[in-house]
Design a protein around this ligand. Sequence first.
Ligand code: FES
Length: 136
Amino acid sequence: MDEDSRIADVDDVPEETTLLFTVREGFDEVEAILVRRDGEVQAWKNYCQHWTDVRLDKGDGATVRDGEIVCGKHGALFEADSGYCTYGPCEGAVLTEIDVTVEDGAVYLTDDDYEFVERGSTIQHDLSSNRSLGFQ
Ligand code: FES
């Protein structure tokens, strides 16, 4: 597996919250989150399906409760392993998946549409409006 695509050790991916990272998609950098449930790790783009300018993880981890990611804005719940919204204003919608693979205790980005940039976010956010200031 390519070291440049190594996002994190599996043990670094929390079960009660999310781990934020940045990927390049074409010329843009976008945020994504890792979440772990029952030892399985999934990656999703870091925005709600209700209002797509709302980040699920605002930099300090999204709440994950009973295996579901909680959107802090209006309380939508997304299954951590399927991305499916089980409750809230966007019920039935699905988070945008990013392919990752676990190998030898580490999580690697294996989605040809994206390139791993770094853990955390490289994107500047206007906290007052919750909108990104960068190109996203
Ligand atoms: S923006 Fe996430 S539930 Fe409304």
